[in-house]
Structure formats: structure tokens, C-alpha cells
Design a protein around this ligand. Structure first.
Ligand SMILES: Cc1cc2nc3c(=O)[nH]c(=O)nc-3n(C[C@H](O)[C@H](O)[C@H](O)COP(=O)(O)O)c2cc1C
Length: 301
């Protein structure tokens, strides 16, 4: 049974990876799960300098999911390159570095710094709902998506995945804009903007007032968007949003995803991504297919 999939020339041993921001730097999870069994580890977003993140409280549980407004707290590229990247390289898995910024220049600084570093792919987060400038401001305007993709591609040494926001009217427009700018792949979905009010305090559950909704509650929206985006572009699509089980992952692949990311599920079960990869393999064996790739976009019309 061949579990391999390829994203922009990079071969993953299986299609299951972690979702940015839900797996720490990898070090925390390495004690709880086997990173060698993952197709790839996607790091928390890293910026040109350390970011302190937003004020607390920054997370709140909701029905079938959670809200977060971490605000992309991160140690900055210098420490990341010195401490986190070498740690992850010890494992037999691909490393995808997620990049964030407030301005085009900040994104480019990080991408340039990573040029000589052992990262397999870069994922450019233009879809974080929790930062005031940059992030989502780029991800909601197709012209800005195309422009920043082109700029990043100009300086990047690794293939580029553009991470798209679901907080848009038509995801196909954004997918096409990323492709037009030269993206090697796209990933979706990032979180959906939400709000929760604590009726006892009569105030917002999050200090930031709004936060990003993730978890099983968003899965049907994510599957729909992955289906639409994968039909709009030729480049590979990495699907995510509420994947808790291998059955969920399978839905995303049938909808058109070449690979999948597991996010919120890691908080419930640190071994979730590994179990999902194993479950997919078992399913494919029982189905009698010889390559997992056969599932990609194979939903019957
Ligand atoms: C606590 C938390 C932190 C996140 N941080 C990032 C981040 O730094 N960069 C990014 O691109 N996405 C970030 N995300 C979004 C996830 O990578 C993913 O797109 C989203 O949560 C949907 O997947 P899920 O429902 O499986 O969690 C974060 C999500 C959560 C819950």
C-alpha cells in the first residue's frame, strides 16, 4: 500500500500533517506522539521578530470547537532557526514552516532568512483573523493575494503554499489569485471569525472580542471550500478544518485535497494525526486500492 503523496515536488510519506499553531514547535508533542509517522510537521507561524501575541483570555470552548485569538505569538525567526528547526530535522518527516507578517516586507524578510535553511516547504499565512494589520488584510483581497504571492515567490528558495482565509464570499477567486501569483500549492481553511459572550460577566469571552473558530463545527464549510478550490486551480490543495478522525480526512481527500492537516484534534488527543494516518491506510487497504493518491478528488459526481 503506497501512502505517498507529492506537493510541489516534495514527497510526503503519507498525506497527514499537523496544522500550524496547534502543535507547538513540535518539541512538546515529540514526547507524546511519533513525529516519524507523519507526512509533515507544520510549524507555528514565525515572524521576522518575536511577537508577544494578544492579551488573555485568548481561547474559549464552543459547541463542537473552540475560538482562539492567540495573535500569532512566536519567538521570531532567529530563535526559530537556531532552536526549533534543528530539533524538527532530527525526525524522518518533512518540515513545513508557516510564515506570518504585518507587511509584505516582514513576510519577505522571513522567507529570505529561510532560503538557506532546511525547510522543505513554506506556508504563507495570509489568513489569520487575529492580527490587526497584515494577515487577513492580505487574504481577503484577490489583488493583494496575487501580489504577495508573486513577491514571496521572487525571493523564496522553497516551494510556496499560500494559506487561504474562509472569511471570503468566493473561495475560488482567492484560490485562482494565489495560483496566478505563482503559488505551488494552497492550503485551506484557516479559522472562521467568531465571537462568544460570557453572560455572567456580561463581557466577551476573549480579550480580543473576536477569535478564530476551529474544530468539527467548521468541517462541512471546509470540505465545501476544498472541493470548490480544488476544481478552480491546477495546483495541489491541502485541506483542513475540523479533522478529528480518519473518516474526516478521507472526506477531504475525496473532495480534492492532496494532503490534510490536523489542528484542534491535537489538543484532545496528541496522537490524533498518527492515528488518522494509520486509519487512512487501513481504509485504503480494505478498499483494495494500491495508492492513497487514488482517493484525491475521487468523489463520485
Ligand atoms: C490555537 C490555534 C493557533 C493557530 N495558529 C495558527 C498559525 O500560527 N498560523 C496559521 O496559519 N494557522 C493557525 N491556526 C489555524 C489552524 O492551522 C487551522 O487552519 C484551523 O484551526 C482549522 O483546522 P482545525 O479545525 O483542525 O483546527 C491556529 C489554530 C488554532 C486553534
Amino acid at each position: 500500500m503506497n501512502m505517498k503523496v507529492t506537493i510541489a515536488g516534495v514527497e510526503l510519506k503519507n498525506p497527514v500533517m499537523t496544522a500550524s499553531g496547534t502543535f507547538g514547535s513540535g518539541a512538546e508533542y515529540a514526547q507524546l506522539t511519533d513525529l516519524n509517522k507523519l507526512g509533515a510537521v507544520v510549524t507555528k507561524g514565525v515572524a521576522n521578530v518575536p511577537w508577544p501575541g494578544n492579551a488573555t483570555p485568548r481561547i474559549a470552548e464552543t459547541y463542537g470547537g473552540m475560538l482562539n485569538a492567540i495573535g500569532l505569538q512566536n519567538p521570531g525567526i532567529d530563535l526559530f532557526v537556531k532552536r526549533d528547526l534543528p530539533f524538527l530535522r532530527q525526525f524522518d518527516t518533512k518540515v513545513i514552516v508557516n510564515v506570518c507578517g504585518h507587511t509584505t516586507e516582514e513576510y519577505l524578510e522571513v522567507v529570505e532568512r529561510l532560503a538557506g535553511e532546511p525547510a522543505d516547504l513554506l506556508e504563507i499565512n495570509i489568513s489569520c483573523p487575529n492580527v490587526k494589520e497584515g494577515g487577513i488584510a492580505f487574504g481577503q483581497d484577490p489583488k493583494a493575494v496575487e501580489a504577495i504571492t508573486r513577491e514571496v515567490k521572487r525571493v523564496a528558495k522553497q516551494p510556496i503554499i499560500m494559506k487561504l482565509s474562509p472569511n471570503v464570499t468566493d473561495i475560488t477567486v482567492m484560490a485562482k489569485a494565489a495560483e496566478a501569483g505563482g503559488a505551488d500549492a494552497i492550503s485551506l481553511i484557516n479559522t472562521l471569525t467568531g465571537m462568544k459572550i460570557d453572560i455572567h460577566k456580561r463581557s466577551f469571552a476573549l480579550a480580543n472580542k473576536t477569535g478564530g473558530l476551529s474544530g468539527p463545527a467548521i468541517k462541512p464549510i471546509a470540505v465545501r471550500m476544498v472541493y470548490q478550490a480544488s476544481h478552480a486551480v491546477q495546483i495541489p490543495v491541502i485541506g483542513m478544518g475540523g479533522i478529528m478522525t480518519w473518516e474526516d480526512a478521507c472526506e477531504f481527500m475525496l473532495a480534492g485535497a492532496t494532503a490534510v492537516s490536523v489542528g484542534t484534534a491535537n489538543f484532545v488527543n496528541p496522537n490524533a494525526a498518527v492515528e488518522i494516518a494509520e486509519g487512512l491506510e487501513q481504509y485504503a487497504k480494505e478498499l483494495g486500492i494500491s495508492e492513497i493518491r487514488e482517493l484525491i478528488g475521487a468523489v463520485k459526481e
